[in-house]
Design a binder for this molecule. Structure first.
Ligand code: ADP
Length: 271
């Protein structure tokens, strides 16, 4: 049903008010639709692990007491499904929180070089069979308005994906540069790449180019939507350039804080 008020023919203040009101209703309706979609997606995503879990519990119930092999395998598989659901729930929470970032309330300034160095080193340690390098850094300390742990989270999502969707060439290049008013981060891999028609979709909730492959790698299709939600909240942009079969570059651009803004922030912190 349409709750909107019919437009008036006259062009006065009342018409203006009605238009504003209707636009507001449209925004609310869009929001409700998104929430409804989300609940539907979540239920759908939970169905598979719950069905697998149920299957294994049935096996255990029937044969688990007598057959040590069934016991062993089904317990292992059940635990794996539970841990998958746990990470799905964690990622949904992250997504909801990322949704709530409102830059105007964020009182946090982060130096970019330091975060990028730290994440690159950490990820190299976690993935010793990869070569993860910091190709380019900013010439001096450069600040953006961003919670440090949010920035780490975004970079980890991108590097994790670069690892997950790699092929023979196990190399990942991280870099950070800047223009007059932006800080530009990039994470490049030489893996499977993304076909042009899928490049926008990878930022959608639960979207995966290859569901089975992502699942096998422990993916839920939420990583990039969390990253995008965070970047949007801080008024940045995120995008991908990719050639199928030869690799992808994910690029982030964030508004650069002026030295004056940083000084003001530091003064406030000391006060
Ligand atoms: P997940 O990796 O958990 O499936 P993401 O939201 O992080 O979820 O990514 C969504 C999809 O985008 C992935 O399933 C994969 O198909 C594709 N993708 C993401 N990063 C890359 C990459 N670096 N190279 C190729 N494909 C990628």
């Amino acid at each position: 049903s349409d709750a909107r008020i019919p437009a008036l023919r006259t062009n006065d203040e009342l018409s203006h008010l009605i238009n504003e009101f209707n636009a507001m209703l449209d925004r609310i309706q869009r929001f409700i639709d998104q929430q409804t979609d989300f609940v539907g997606d979540v239920s759908h995503e939970l169905r598979t692990p719950v069905a697998i879990l149920e299957g294994h519990l049935n096996l255990l119930n029937r044969w688990g007491k007598d057959d040590p092999e069934v016991l062993d395998e089904s317990l292992k598989a059940s635990l794996q499904e539970v841990s998958r659901m746990k990470s799905l729930i964690q990622e949904m929470l992250d997504l909801t929180r990322a949704d709530q970032v409102e830059t105007q309330f964020v009182n946090a300034v982060t130096e970019v070089n330091e975060v990028v160095e730290q994440v690159t080193n950490d990820m190299q340690m976690i993935h010793p069979d990869f070569t993860i390098t910091l190709e380019d850094e900013l010439p001096g300390p450069t600040w953006v308005q961003f919670y440090r742990n949010h920035m780490e989270q975004v970079l980890i999502i991108l590097v994790d994906n670069a690892v997950k969707y790699s092929r023979d060439r196990k190399e990942i290049h991280v870099s950070v540069g800047s223009s007059d008013d932006s800080v530009d981060l990039a994470v490049q891999d030489f893996g499977e790449g993304i076909a042009p028609q899928n490049q926008d979709r990878v930022f959608n909730r639960f979207y995966r180019v290859d569901k089975a492959r992502s699942r096998e790698k422990g993916g839920n299709g939420l990583g990039l939507s969390i990253a995008k939600q965070l970047i949007d909240g801080y008024h940045g942009t995120i995008g991908v350039e990719s050639v199928q079969g030869s690799g992808s570059i994910f690029r982030i651009s964030l508004p650069k804080l002026t030295e004056k803004q940083v000084a003001e922030y530091q003064r406030r912190q000391e006060a």
